[in-house]
Ligand binder design. Structure first.
Ligand code: MSP
Length: 533
């Protein structure tokens, strides 16, 4: 139980631990959907996967929100956490750990870690003067603020002046080691644009940052000086470590790090890049711990081309979207239609167009009409064929047999749009193939074997597409598999995590169609464009 897993057999990934100042927004849903798709993809390949999500519950922002609502902070956090968990369930997110920074085990980990850094001599007391953005929970340089003193990320909130004694972390000491890390591990920060941002920031010279607050009790006390609480970011980043503890393990740092550390991938939005790509590795270096493998900073979502925000009144409620369109539709749009790493836009028109074109027409209709023909021309029996029955030059076999390598590469490099495009090359080729070959006229000519060869090749292509799309649209993939007579359940983590399943299902033509085909029904109904859009 307590053994570490060989490096290339495990995959640990995290979403940010979301602030609980409000109910989950589309930004948090976006990262979490992507993280879930990656986790599912890694599970398909038989890896031991740990997907960590959770909530960041301390600090002034949360304390103030609770006060405004007349609630005790813990009570407020407990209520919001339920809403996060409910949304993740609606979006079919299979997280393995939900890390809450108010969890008692987390306090033990934070204090032990703080002590290590303290013992290293990397923490000292000094006077902190500066502008603090409570929404970012971060000190800002005057030149980073707007002219009216607001923070560019939170234009309706003025930064607040602070002049207080704080404990500081010697970030400046890690300037060189960090620069070495970035050059020795060029893939540590992705994509390239974010890496450059970080390199430029670090080049300007790193300043020590304060790791404690006075006059704030909603946080963990500093072990050596309880009049201070630990800075919310120092506390929150360690939530990733606490999450690694097995439920039955004694709570200490060594145990937390024994099995899953180091983390393979931190998925974050671009606004919290510095914390993950600069502060976090420096903190870990100070504690003499290995550094995570990769930090990926994705872009921001806009709505109808505009920045989303409460002040503009154009927020996008992820729950309302799932209620209206279902989990797979929402997952598919955000993962396929937005280039991961870049900013991306949501417009309901485009959303509907993408879903109709890809899921209802190209994929759904293909399955439906092919199964219809099977019923008509083969009495509904799936032809008993395999790849060996087709020449190497068969158009669908050619694409199908190369698909795995291409899709794996795209998923591994987090190019989900490209992964989908590769899969749709096979789907589109199948549609064209049916139109060109016209099995209905082969049937009329009495060429039964040829009809079966055509239908099997198409159904096998749909099956393989469903397999590779399953990290993104698991319910639809299940539906397709069922109609094709297979009982594999893509929502069953254990079942799909077997190497023998991968070996069989990830290949084109490896599966001889099952005779007991399920009942054919449209998998994705075309959505009508509402008139008011
Ligand atoms: N609590 C910190 C993270 C601590 S991790 C140890 C935090 N939380 S947050 O709830 O404010 O932000 C969570 C994520 O949502 C961030 O990755 C942020 O980039 C992302 N987004 C917030 N608005 C967004 C969009 N409009 N679009 C895409 N993602 C955005 O920061």
């Amino acid at each position: 139980m307590n053994q570490s897993i060989s490096d290339n057999h495990k995959f640990v990934l995290t979403t940010p631990l979301y602030y609980v100042n409000d109910v989950p927004h589309i930004g948090s849903a976006y990262t979490t959907m992507v993280a879930d798709a990656i986790a599912r993809f890694q599970r398909l390949q038989g890896k031991s996967v740990l997907l960590i999500t959770g909530t960041d519950e301390h600090g002034q922002k949360i304390q103030r929100t609770a006060e405004e609502k007349g609630l005790e902070p813990q009570e407020h956090c407990d209520r919001i956490v339920e809403q996060f968990k409910a949304l993740w369930q609606r979006l079919n997110i299979q997280y393995d750990r939900f890390s809450r920074t108010t969890d008692p085990s987390h306090q033990t980990i934070v204090q032990e870690f703080f002590q290590r850094v303290w013992d290293k001599g990397d923490i000292y007391l000094d006077q902190q003067q500066g502008w603090y953005c409570v929404s970012c929970e971060e000190f800002k340089d005057k030149r980073e603020l707007n002219e009216d003193g607001t923070c560019p990320l939170h234009p309706n909130k003025k930064a607040e002046w602070r002049d207080e004694e704080n404990y500081f972390f010697r970030l400046s000491k890690y300037q060189k080691p960090l620069e070495e890390l970035y050059s020795q591990k060029p893939d540590f920060i992705q994509p390239e644009t974010r890496r450059n941002e970080v390199l430029n920031f670090v080049k300007q010279g790193l300043k020590d940052f304060s790791t404690s607050r006075v006059n704030l009790d909603w946080g963990f006390p500093i072990p050596t000086d309880p009049s201070h609480t630990i800075y919310v970011w120092f506390d929150a980043l360690l939530g990733y470590v606490t999450a690694l503890l097995e439920p039955d393990q004694k709570v200490n740092l060594t145990n937390a790090l024994s099995r899953w550390w180091p983390i393979n991938l931190h998925l974050i939005g671009k606004d919290i890049l510095r914390f993950h790509a600069v502060y976090w590795p420096a903190m870990l270096m100070s504690a003499e711990l290995p550094i995570p493998e990769r930090v990926f900073g994705h872009g921001f979502l806009t709505k109808d081309g505009l920045k989303m925000g409460k002040s503009l009144g154009n927020t996008l409620d992820p729950l309302a979207l799932v209620d209206k369109y279902g989990a797979d539709a929402v997952r598919y749009y955000f993962i396929k239609a937005i280039d991961f790493g870049k900013d991306g836009d949501f417009s309901e028109t485009r959303f509907i167009e993408v879903l109709n074109a890809d899921l209802a027409n190209n994929l759904g209709n293909l399955l439906n009409r092919t199964l219809g023909m099977l019923k008509k021309y083969c009495q509904g029996n799936g032809p008993q064929l395999t790849a060996a029955d087709y020449p190497e030059t068969h158009p669908l076999k050619v694409i199908g047999q190369e698909l795995g390598t291409k899709v794996i590469k795209a998923y591994e490099t987090l190019q989900f749009k490209q992964a989908c495009e590769e899969i749709f090359t096979l789907i589109n080729a199948s549609n064209k193939y049916i139109d060109d070959i016209a099995p209905w006229s082969l049937f009329k000519q009495g060429k039964q074997t040829e009809v079966e060869l055509v239908l099997y090749a198409v159904l096998e292509s749909v099956r393989l597409s469903a397999y590779w799309l399953s990290p993104i649209i698991p319910n639809l993939s299940n539906d397709i598999y069922q109609q094709l007579g297979f009982d594999l359940d893509f929502n069953n983590k254990t079942q799909i995590n077997q190497p023998n399943i991968f070996d069989k299902h990830a290949q084109w033509g490896e599966i001889s169609a099952n005779k007991n085909l399920g009942k054919a029904r449209p998998i994705f109904a075309k959505i009508e464009l509402p008139e008011d859009i």
